[in-house]
Design a protein around this ligand. Structure first.
Ligand SMILES: [Zn+2]
Length: 108
């Protein structure tokens, strides 16, 4: 995982964006934010499991499906299975050590 700080690359309202093997942060102080970095590390694992490209296709489709259902971008985002898994486990710093393959499916 390579952490880079780019103030203007991150969409408004977000603190980080992950594109394997990079994690882009909007604020350099977040380089010390272990929970945020663990959240992004979970996305790195999800991306690897879906060969990166499939992750983004799936992410986009699931976002649209959730958007139709909830009619709210923020709520749709929080309900994407990848985000549900990452938010549910970001505080558990050992989560990735015991996480099983394609575990995001449990959060669909
Ligand atoms: Zn996330």
């Amino acid at each position: 995982m390579i952490v880079l700080v780019f103030k203007y690359l991150i969409p408004k309202g977000f603190r980080g964006f992950t594109f394997f093997p990079f994690v882009f942060l909007s604020d350099k102080k977040d380089k010390a934010h272990t929970v945020l970095l663990n959240h992004e590390r979970i996305h790195i694992r999800q991306q690897l499991e879906l060969l990166i490209v499939l992750f983004f296709i799936w992410y986009g489709i699931e976002f649209l499906v959730r958007l139709v259902r909830y009619k709210n971008r923020r709520v749709a985002y929080y309900n994407i299975s990848f985000e549900r898994e990452a938010y549910a486990n970001e505080k558990d710093l050992d989560y990735l050590k015991r996480r099983s393959f394609w575990n995001f499916l449990k959060y669909l």
